[in-house]
Design a protein around this ligand. Structure first.
Ligand SMILES: [Mg+2]
Length: 394
């Protein structure tokens, strides 16, 4: 069975306008679904202009090195960014197809389920409208969504998440301060205000809920070190992307100045960037996003690398349903993965607007679906939207 056409779908007016779906159609009628997030126009253009000619006619079960052939299209042009996200989306669809053609869930193809009781999940405290925000980390905050609540009622929110069974919660109380002076300095007042939110959470739930700090890569080293010094008594599970992870030496400098475990970063792409960061011995947790890092194929390699360093991994999601499904299959198949990130507002409200699937949660863990492939399909309701922007190459 061969791929006969490549389709991209996005919805500029929808609740998640940065999301691009990629569908690979086969001559036998089976369809594979993938996705990526950010710059949908550019991603769709790249998929059709560059990748589609190398995908059409391929047999995803028999042909080897499809990933390598797609990666070669950008490797000599400074690979990274749009091209890797587009490749990631196509790769997800390839794996979805493989699972469907063989009638098994993707985790079976990746080596089986290491976590039959589920993957430990933590809640990233964004609101339902967060995905529509143009700026990273600064999504709209509707009253009483999780983004509003950690700012205005952090103790109450923390107790609720603990009672709902989450392993942890993640917040970003220093982001506004970073925006004030482009991450070059933090005032004593902003340091106190951000720390007070974390203290309120810790005061409410003690050690019953893990607490993660997100920095969205917005700080320079010195203010990042000041923040970490201030929050050191709060036993954070990790501080994530306080600085951009693209410079392993800078990460090592920051890590040497704090006892807070450092996490990085879903902003990296390809096993080579991850190897450089792992080799710097600066991180305690490795984060990756299968719809950015190079797809499921590359995520498997990155997870193998991380396991050789003994660094526990966490699958990123604050983006889209197929990313979360891919993360669950990878987390289930790889022992080194300790966490799956979720946004509960996306699970309840956003993802069901686009994709039919069953989100199974048990005792604070997420269970990987047992349906063939990745386990999610674009819903009839979504596909019937008159404002979808669809392009096809055949
Ligand atoms: Mg993050």
């Amino acid at each position: 069975m061969k791929i006969s056409k490549v389709e991209t779908i996005w919805c500029a007016a929808g609740a998640s306008p940065a999301l691009t779906f990629v569908r690979l159609h086969t001559d036998g009628g089976v369809v594979g679904l993938g996705e990526t997030y950010y710059t949908p126009l550019s991603v769709a253009s790249y998929v059709h202009e560059v990748l589609a000619p190398y995908v059409i006619g391929r047999d995803v079960l028999r042909d080897g090195s499809i990933w390598e052939e797609l990666y070669a299209q950008s490797a000599r042009r400074g690979a990274g960014g749009t091209d890797m996200r587009a490749l990631s989306a196509v790769d997800l669809a390839v794996w979805d197809l493989r699972g469907k053609l063989l009638d098994v869930p993707v985790y079976v193809l990746l080596g089986g389920n290491d976590k039959p009781s589920g993957v430990r999940m933590y809640n990233t405290c964004a609101g339902r409208t967060y995905a529509a925000a143009p700026a990273v980390g600064r999504g709209e905050s509707a009253e009483h969504d999780d983004l509003w609540r950690w700012r205005h009622a952090p103790a109450e929110l923390a107790a609720e998440l603990r009672d709902e069974g989450f392993a942890g919660m993640k917040v970003w109380p220093f982001d506004e301060a970073a925006a004030e002076d482009q991450g070059r300095r933090i005032s004593a007042g902003a340091l106190r205000a951000g720390t007070a939110i974390l203290e309120a959470i810790r005061g409410a739930v003690g050690g019953d809920l893990e607490l993660m700090l997100e920095g969205h890569g917005q700080w320079q080293i010195e203010p990042a070190a000041q923040i970490l010094r201030a929050v050191e008594p709060l036993s954070l599970q990790w501080a994530e992307d306080m600085i951009l992870a693209h410079d392993p030496e800078a990460l090592r400098t920051l890590a040497a100045r704090t006892s807070v475990p450092i996490a990085a970063s879903e902003y990296l792409m390809g096993r080579w960037q991850y190897r450089a960061v792992l080799s710097s011995q600066s991180i305690s947790y490795l984060h990756l996003d299968p719809t950015w890092c190079g797809g499921i194929t590359e995520a498997q390699r990155i997870l193998a690398l991380a396991s050789s360093f003994g660094v526990v991994c966490s699958m990123h999601d604050c983006t889209g349903p197929m990313n979360l499904l891919a993360g669950l299959h990878l987390a289930s198949a790889n022992r080194i993965v300790g966490y799956q990130e979720v946004v509960r507002g996306f699970l309840s409200d956003l993802y069901p607007e686009m994709v039919d699937t069953t989100w199974l949660r048990r005792d604070g863990r997420m269970i990987v679906p047992d349906a063939p492939g990745l386990g999610g399909e674009l819903s009839d309701r979504y596909l019937a939207r008159p404002d979808l922007i669809r392009s096809v190459t055949e």
